[in-house]
Write a protein that binds this ligand. Structure first.
Ligand SMILES: *Cc1c(COP(=O)(O)O)cnc(C)c1O
Length: 467
C-alpha cells in the first residue's frame, strides 16, 4: 500500500491543473485559498495511504488527481455556503428564540436596506447642518408610543438591565422580590447580572409571597433602587402575593433619590389582552403609573429587531446616555432603521399594527390558518400520495419566554411516512434547502401553519416530494 505514495501528483503540477482554475471560477474563491485546499487534501490522502486507511485498489496519477479535486470541490462548496440562512418555522411558536425571534415587517426591511446602501443622518442634524446624536433617531418616537418623558436604545434588554443597574445602582442596594429573581433562556439571571453590575442585591419576601412591608422594611440610607422584574417565562399560582407597580411607585416616592425601575421583559405596545391573549401590561399604562424607568426587548412581543428600549424620567435617561457603558452597548444604524420603522406602525391604525408579523401571527384567525392547511394538504396529497396526512386542532405557543400560560388555538397537519420514522423524516426536512423545522408528537411529524407563510407552502410540498 505505502508505495502508492509515488503515484501522488506533485503540488506544482496540481497548481497548474485546469480543475483548479475551474473551482476558482465556479466558487469565486481566490487561487491562494483553493491551493490551500489542494495542499490540505493532498496531505490527507498521503496520510491515509501511509496509515493504510486510504481506500482504492488501482491507484494511478490520474485516479489521485480526480479523487483530490472531487474532495477539493466539496470543501470549496462548503466554504462558500452561508451558515446563517432562512429556516421555515413549522413549530407554531411565534417568537422562537432559537429561530431568531421576531420576523421584521416589510417597511423595516426596506429602511434597513436604505441606510445600509447609503449615507444617512445617523449622527447629523440636517436642519442645522451640525453634529447630531444617534439617540435623536428614535427618542421622539419612543416617547410618543410609550408616553414617557425620555428614552434611549441599547443592544438588548439584558444590556438595558445591566446599564441601569451599573449606572444607577453600583455600590448601593437594589431591592428585588425573591419571587422575581428569574432566569431567562439559560444565560440571563437577574441575580448574576446584578452581581456583575456592582449593585448589591437586597432580596425581600419569599418565593410565593412578597408584601408591601417587606419592601418598606428593607429600605435604608444605602438603598438606591426598587426593581420589579417581569416573571416572563413562568407563572406562580395558588397562595401568592406580589406588590403591584402602583404600590411600589408610592413607596418609592416617599423616599428622596429612590428609583423605581421595572424590567418589563417583553414589553407590549399593542394590547393583546383585548383579543383575550394573556395579560401583558401595555408599556404606556405602566409609564402612566409613575414608574421612573422601564426597559423591554425590541425583538419579543414588540416584533422589531434585537434591541433594549429604556424609557422613563428625563433626568435618569440623560444620566444613562452620558454613561461610558451607553457607548459600549449602543446599537448600529441598521437596528435603528428597523426599530424606527417598526415603532412607526404603532400608534397608527389597526391594519398598520398588523403589518408587524409577530403581532399578526399571534392574533391570527384560525380560519386563515385552516386555509393554509387546506392548501398544503391538497398539494401534498397530489405530490406525495404515500404519506398519511391528517388535519388536527391543536395549540401554538407565543414563545420567546413570554406568555407561558397562553395557548393559541391553531390548526396543524400530522404526517407519517409508510417506512421512515418521524425522527428520520424530521432530519430530512431540516436538511432540505430551505430547512424546515417541525414538532414531533407521538411519533408523528406536526406542522403548525400559524408560523408558515403562504409562499413557503410549495417549498414544503417539494421537500416531502424529494423525500
Ligand atoms: C427576555 C428578558 C430579558 C432579556 O432580554 P433580551 O432582549 O433577550 O436581552 C430580560 N428580562 C426579562 C424579564 C426578560 O423577559
Amino acid at each position: 500500500m505505502k508505495e502508492f505514495v509515488r503515484f501522488l501528483p506533485p503540488i506544482h503540477e496540481l497548481q497548474k491543473h485546469s480543475n483548479l482554475s475551474k473551482i476558482v471560477h465556479t466558487y469565486d474563491l481566490s487561487e491562494e485559498s483553493v491551493i490551500e485546499l489542494v495542499k490540505a487534501e493532498l496531505d490527507k490522502i498521503r496520510t491515509g495511504i501511509l496509515s493504510g486507511t486510504f481506500q482504492g485498489s488501482e491507484p494511478s496519477k490520474s485516479f489521485f488527481i480526480e479523487t483530490l479535486f472531487n474532495r477539493v470541490e466539496v470543501e470549496a462548496a462548503n466554504m462558500t455556503e452561508f451558515y446563517l440562512r432562512k429556516v421555515i418555522n413549522g413549530t407554531g411558536t411565534v417568537l422562537h428564540t432559537n429561530l431568531g425571534r421576531a420576523r421584521l415587517n416589510e417597511a423595516a426591511i426596506e429602511k434597513m436596506i436604505e441606510v445600509a446602501k447609503n449615507y444617512s443622518n445617523l449622527e447629523y442634524n440636517i436642519t442645522t447642518g451640525t453634529r447630531g446624536s444617534r439617540h435623536d433617531v428614535i427618542e421622539e418616537l419612543i416617547k410618543r408610543v410609550t408616553g414617557a418623558e425620555a428614552a434611549m436604545v441599547v443592544n438588548n434588554n439584558a444590556a438595558a438591565v445591566f446599564l441601569i443597574l451599573n449606572a444607577l445602582g453600583k455600590g448601593s442596594e437594589v431591592i428585588v422580590s425573591r419571587g422575581q429573581l428569574v432566569e431567562i433562556g439559560g444565560s440571563f439571571r437577574v441575580s448574576s447580572i446584578m452581581e456583575e453590575s456592582g449593585a448589591i442585591l437586597k432580596e425581600v419576601g419569599t418565593t410565593n409571597k412578597t408584601h408591601m412591608s417587606d419592601y418598606e422594611l428593607a429600605i435604608n440610607e444605602n438603598t438606591s433602587m426598587i426593581m420589579k422584574v417581569h416573571t416572563s417565562n413562568f407563572k406562580t399560582i395558588g397562595f401568592t402575593k406580589t406588590v403591584e407597580t402602583e404600590e411600589l411607585v408610592k413607596i418609592t416616592q416617599k423616599h428622596d433619590h429612590l428609583i423605581f425601575y421595572e424590567d418589563l421583559g417583553s414589553g407590549v405596545l399593542y394590547d393583546f389582552a383585548k383579543h383575550g391573549i394573556g395579560d401583558e401590561p401595555v408599556v404606556r399604562d405602566v409609564i402612566k403609573l409613575g414608574v421612573d424607568l422601564v426597559s423591554f426587548s425590541g425583538d419579543k412581543l414588540l416584533g422589531g429587531p434585537q434591541a433594549g428600549i429604556i424609557a422613563g424620567k428625563k433626568e435618569l435617561i440623560s444620566q444613562l446616555k452620558k454613561h461610558q457603558l451607553a457607548r459600549v452597548l449602543r446599537v448600529d444604524k441598521i437596528t435603528l432603521a428597523a426599530l424606527e420603522a417598526t415603532l412607526h406602525c404603532y400608534g397608527k391604525t389597526e391594519e398598520k399594527v398588523r403589518e408587524i408579523p409577530t403581532v399578526k401571527d399571534i392574533i391570527e384567525d384560525t380560519n386563515i390558518i385552516r386555509n393554509k392547511v387546506d392548501c398544503f394538504c391538497s398539494m401534498v396529497k397530489n405530490a406525495s400520495p404515500q404519506l398519511a396526512v391528517f388535519i388536527k386542532e391543536d395549540f401554538s405557543q407565543v414563545g420567546g419566554g413570554t406568555m407561558p400560560d397562553v395557548q393559541l388555538p391553531t390548526v396543524v397537519v400530522e404526517i407519517t411516512h409508510p417506512v421512515k420514522s418521524s425522527h428520520e423524516l424530521a432530519k430530512q426536512l431540516r436538511d432540505h434547502s430551505p430547512s424546515i423545522v417541525c414538532r414531533i408528537k407521538q411519533e408523528k411529524i406536526i406542522l403548525d401553519f400559524r408560523t408558515i407563510s403562504e409562499e413557503d407552502i410549495p417549498l414544503i410540498v417539494r421537500a416531502f416530494n424529494q423525500i
